[in-house]
Design a protein around this ligand. Structure first.
Ligand code: ADP
Ligand code: MG
Length: 146
């Protein structure tokens, strides 16, 4: 995903990674993993926002990657503690990229990435070399957690 902004002498924890084979329960498992990890890292105040975003990104990886999720490579969630930010990255096997839909009050779909936009300091995606997939990533400012 992205390297930690670690510097010599600082003591940031190692990144936390979890994989999900496509299934309906993945988003709930991702939310639990996020809560446990962020509480362990001493940033419980960020749990609600990061859980919403992780949930949207994992759900998108399940819904929008062509083919049967049960046959696709696992979806991987990675959380990274930086000095002033928390990073999350969700990898999937498709090179199709997220596309923010025009806002429509009446539509029941196309809202997820608007939530991601609203709750993060920055977000985006990057294609992975060789693997034919991508990582959708987001950054959260830890100063919002207090
Ligand atoms: N992981 C993904 N892989 C491929 N396409 C994606 C992915 N995430 C989002 N998209 C594309 O971006 C669109 C908008 O996503 P989103 O705002 O979450 O709305 P929704 O999931 O309700 O369609 C999706 O309809 C899809 O076309
Ligand atoms: Mg969505």
């Amino acid at each position: 995903m992205f390297e930690r902004d670690d510097v010599a002498g600082s003591s940031l924890p190692p990144p936390a990674t979890c994989t999900f084979q496509g299934r309906a329960a993945s988003a709930a498992a991702a939310r639990d993993f996020t809560a446990r990890t962020l509480c362990g890292w001493g940033v419980p105040g960020l749990v609600p926002d990061v859980q919403i975003v992780v949930s949207e990104l994992v759900t998108n990886a399940l819904r929008h990657v062509p083919g049967d999720p049960a046959d696709a490579p696992p979806i991987r969630l990675r959380l990274v503690k930086h000095r002033f930010h928390i990073g999350c990255g969700v990898s999937d096997a498709s090179e199709r990229v997220p596309a923010v839909s025009p806002w429509n009050d009446l539509s029941e779909s196309g809202r997820g990435l608007h939530l991601v936009e609203a709750l993060t300091a920055a977000w985006g995606w990057i294609l992975t070399r060789g693997g034919g997939g991508k990582v959708v990533w987001a950054l959260f400012d830890t100063s919002r957690a207090s």
